[in-house]
Write a protein that binds this ligand. Structure first.
Ligand code: FES
Ligand code: FES
Length: 161
């Protein structure tokens, strides 16, 4: 067993795991943060997407021991003081989900996308950036609408600050 120490959603946490343990399983089983989902564990569906050192990554493609010392944000870390993150709020308002299984990964990918592109996002870019996230329910239309709406609202908020 190997000790892994991470900063997760602003809190320093440690746990012991086998060297072969995937980061997603460490997050779910050792830390009890089950908002990060496993849809395939072969790097195809994107349900396990988290942020590692500020960028979105598929946490089933990384070993927990490889992530040692890194800064992780999971879906549980987005809402602050009981208020949804603007991307979460946009998914809710625009019906960007049905069963919700893909949603945590979609939201984490969308937050990273908006952080990198700012408000300058168009539909083609959103669809391209979401290629690594699979949804079996929605047909993607409302997901794309949600991301564009969130990008707009975050741009307006930044302009007001
Ligand atoms: Fe990681 Fe599907 S569980 S990509
Ligand atoms: Fe069901 Fe996307 S909302 S998989």
């Amino acid at each position: 067993m190997t000790k892994v120490t991470l900063t997760v959603n602003g809190r320093r946490v440690s746990g012991e795991c086998e060297d072969r343990t995937l980061l997603v399983n460490f997050i779910r089983n050792n830390l009890g943060l089950t908002g990060t989902h496993v849809g395939c564990d072969t790097t195809q569906c994107g349900a396990c997407t988290i942020h590692m050192d500020g960028r979105s990554v598929k946490s089933c493609s990384i070993l927990a021991v490889q992530a040692n010392g890194s800064e992780i944000v999971t879906i549980e870390g987005l809402a602050k003081d009981g208020e949804l993150h603007p991307v979460q709020a946009a998914f809710k308002e625009n019906h960007g989900l049905q069963c919700g299984f893909c949603t945590p990964g979609m939201v984490m990918t969308a937050v990273d996308m908006i952080n990198r592109h700012g408000g300058e996002l168009d539909e083609t870019t959103v669809r391209h950036e979401l290629e690594g996230n699979i949804c079996r329910c929605t047909g993607y239309h409302n997901i794309v609408k949600s991301v564009l709406s969130a990008a707009d609202s975050m741009k307006v908020k930044q302009a007001a600050e």
